[in-house]
Design a protein around this ligand. Sequence first.
Ligand SMILES: C[S@@+](CC[C@H](N)C(=O)[O-])C[C@H]1O[C@@H](n2cnc3c(N)ncnc32)[C@H](O)[C@@H]1O
Length: 322
Amino acid sequence: MQKNKYIYTFSYDNPESDLCKLESRCIFNKEEKNKLLFSNIKAEPSSSAFIKKRLDIILFSEDYDSLITEIKKLSICAEGFKVEYIVFDGDSTKYALRLEKLRDIGYSIEGDSDYYNPTITYALCLYEGIWYFGELIKDNFDWFKHKKKPFSYSNSISVNIAKALVNIAAKGDKEKKLLDACCGVGTILLEASFSGNNIEGSDINEKICKDAKGNLSHFNYSANVYHSDIKDISKKYDAAIIDLPYNLLSAATDSDILNIIGSTAEITDRLVIVSIADIANLISESGLKISDYCSVSKSGKRKFARKIWICEKNGQDSKQKI
Ligand SMILES: C[S@@+](CC[C@H](N)C(=O)[O-])C[C@H]1O[C@@H](n2cnc3c(N)ncnc32)[C@H](O)[C@@H]1O
């Protein structure tokens, strides 16, 4: 019988499938399958661009009537509740029957329902012969507001990638101290702050740092941003994200990249490195071990892909800066 506490549902387009799976491996230690995942690990749907719903399982049963009897025994009293039916792969329950089941549950809960502004949402679903009843927590999409930040930058990553990088770096643990080593205008800092992660940023470019601070204060976030070359940061972090410089706006040679990676490896043991070029050889050269990887192409631009490496120190100090 199913013993997990939570059921998660996911949504993503094909180009982001590998990124979603990498995020899922980091948060849940396993991949979602068919956009569905059972876990005992609790994660907030709004902290991810891909997790859409979390069902906090209250009851489950192979027998539908027994489930309803057990729900009634709970004597739930909830003014303004709503009940939804989630259709999973393999559930062939017809629409009319699904409505009937929602009514069964509605009649088992005390209080008036409110379809449009519910105070609490319950859900029913059937998966592999087991009926699940629980409280449904959904992505609130409040983070969409970041798409209208006052200062933007053509080298910025997408909000979806930024959210995934935070989860990949923190492994879903909000207590972990994170650094965005090349923070640009703060796309990653905004998502981490929204999700309640502990993050700071640094960037070598003064104007860009000012813009990152402006973006953060616009949304009332308080993450520190240091105007600094990463080589001058000495504070230690549990993990760092490096969205490496590229193109004319922030060009970087192999030696610059080695220096950025080497300097960051001095202040953390876990690095999440992002680059549009294949720099696996430079990562190895800097003495880091690649523990996981994915590539995300831009929709409609298959040739432009961002590569993401999760790197750990090899147990020995990474190579000296050159
Ligand atoms: C690709 S951009 C980062 C974009 C950022 N993720 C965003 O979404 O806005 C790379 C950034 O690295 C910064 N940078 C380059 N060399 C650096 C160094 N040595 N230390 C800190 N930042 C550096 C550049 O100023 C640039 O803003």
